[in-house]
Design a protein around this ligand. Structure first.
Ligand code: FAD
Ligand code: NAP
Length: 363
């Protein structure tokens, strides 16, 4: 059996193992490698929790370092006056976490067993591990159309994006005709946001009725800079180094035509990366991990915390992901301290953790 190594080469994949690594249990395992995971690791390492980060493996849908690995300029992350590229920012966050003693494993966590404590986690290739606390920071991925040139131009900063708030203000998109695909609230928000920079925004929807809430839809349909394009789907992105237009198809007549545009924003929803949890944490109707208490990252399972886009379908920004990563690390530290499993200088002010079940107390 083969597998894709983090450096992109094919490597041998050992037979599945079920034994538990004797180094276990880890104090804190952080799953993921976006801004939330590395921020959690920086805080946890500085609190002597000896965190281990499972940063994941490259695949068609995900890449270690997270969503910012797909973008060029990040201009809204504080501290970088002239902006920073996504990959460079992620390399800096990772190096900062390692500097304070974070251990990094270049594997996915393929499955978890949260019904026992210590928790049991199964990496894709190596032995199972146990953990006293876990932070899930696996992010979400923007859904893409899957049409020719879309992925290539998105990755090279060629005018295709899944985030208007992130990219809309870039010079490449100013005073152009821009297209937004989708009919939900996200597409409405993207279209409205882009009117600040574009000459015209074309809202391309595959049906003749929007899915978005009435108030958002009304705002969009009344906006003088937004033109809805009904019953239309994008079948190809045109352009080599940068987008020059889109090929569209009328979903009723099947007729195809080319539409010149200077930018394409895909807003057809996001998918949180939670499949490996196999339903063991409560999620929202859209699949995001529930953190029931306001301003807390504790999930439905005591001792498991969630940070970043995997629990946030609202802000979806690098800085908010980093913020919740910090919160998760502090909560994990306090939770361990309350159980007598670690030391926390903030114990005096910490809230009691969620009451443990009988099964937990026994373990
Ligand atoms: P993510 O960045 O989503 O990363 C999570 C990573 O965890 C995954 O990529 C994967 O490698 C790893 N992982 C997933 N599952 C597993 C598993 N089972 N085991 C181990 N590892 C796993 N925001 C801004 O603030 N400014 C911008 O300019 C900006 N530009 C963007 C441009 C693009 C094209 C995109 C798509 C997003 C952009 N964003 C921007 C949004 C920002 O990237 C996200 O809000 C942020 O990356 C979310 O961070 P996260 O920590 O939740 O994890
Ligand atoms: P969504 O509601 O699922 O809408 C996705 C849209 O994309 C739909 O219109 C869908 O078309 C279209 N679509 C999906 N796949 C497509 C494809 N392959 N090709 C073309 N079009 C495709 O997702 P969302 O807009 O991201 O919203 C998710 C949730 O967050 C919703 O509950 C929403 O209300 C909420 N949200 C709220 C706000 C706000 O209140 N300010 C902002 C953003 C999001 P169909 O309609 O034909 O299925």
């Amino acid at each position: 059996m083969g597998g894709l190594a983090p450096d992109g080469r094919i490597r041998e994949q050992p037979e599945p193992v079920t034994s538990v690594d004797t180094r276990s249990p880890e104090t804190l395992v952080i799953i993921g490698s976006g801004p939330s995971a590395w921020t959690a690791a920086i805080y946890a390492a500085r609190a002597n929790l000896r965190p281990v980060v499972y940063e994941g493996e490259p695949s068609r849908e995900m890449i270690p370092g997270g969503q910012l690995m797909y973008t060029t300029e990040v201009e809204n992350y504080p501290g970088f006056i002239d902006g920073v590229t996504g990959p460079e920012l992620m390399e800096k966050l990772r190096a900062q976490a390692i500097r304070f003693g974070t251990r990094v494993e270049q594997e996915n966590i393929a499955s978890v067993e949260f019904g026992q404590h210590p928790f049991r986690l199964k990496p894709s290739y190596s032995d199972d591990i146990e953990a006293l606390t876990v932070i899930v920071a696996t992010g979400a991925r923007a859904n893409w159309l899957g049409v020719p040139n879309e992925e290539r131009l998105a990755q090279m900063g060629g005018g295709v994006s899944a985030c208007a708030v992130c990219d809309g203000a870039l010079p490449a998109f100013r005073d152009k005709v821009l297209a937004v695909v989708g009919g939900g609230d996200s597409a409405m928000e993207e279209a409205l946001y882009l009117t600040k920079f574009a000459n015209e925004v074309r809202l391309i929807h595959r049906r003749d009725e929007l899915r978005a809430s009435r108030i958002m839809a009304d705002r969009v349909l009344k906006h003088p800079k937004i033109t809805p394009v009904w019953n239309t789907r994008v079948v190809e992105v045109l352009g080599y180094d940068a987008i020059t237009g889109i090929r569209v198809e009328n979903t009723v007549s099947g007729e195809k035509s080319d539409m010149p545009v200077g930018g394409l924003f895909i807003a057809i929803g996001h998918t949180p990366n939670t499949a490996f949890l196999n339903g063991q944490l409560e999620v929202t109707p859209h699949g995001y991990i529930k953190t029931p208490k306001a301003w807390r990252t504790a999930t439905s399972m005591p001792g498991v915390f969630a940070a970043g886009d995997v629990m946030d379908d609202y802000y979806r920004q690098a800085i908010t992901a980093a913020g919740t990563g910090c919160m998760a690390a502090l909560e994990a530290e306090r939770w361990l301290a309350h159980l007598g499993l670690g030391e926390s200088p903030v114990l005096e002010t910490a809230e009691a953790p969620v009451t443990l079940t009988q099964e937990w107390k026994a373990s």
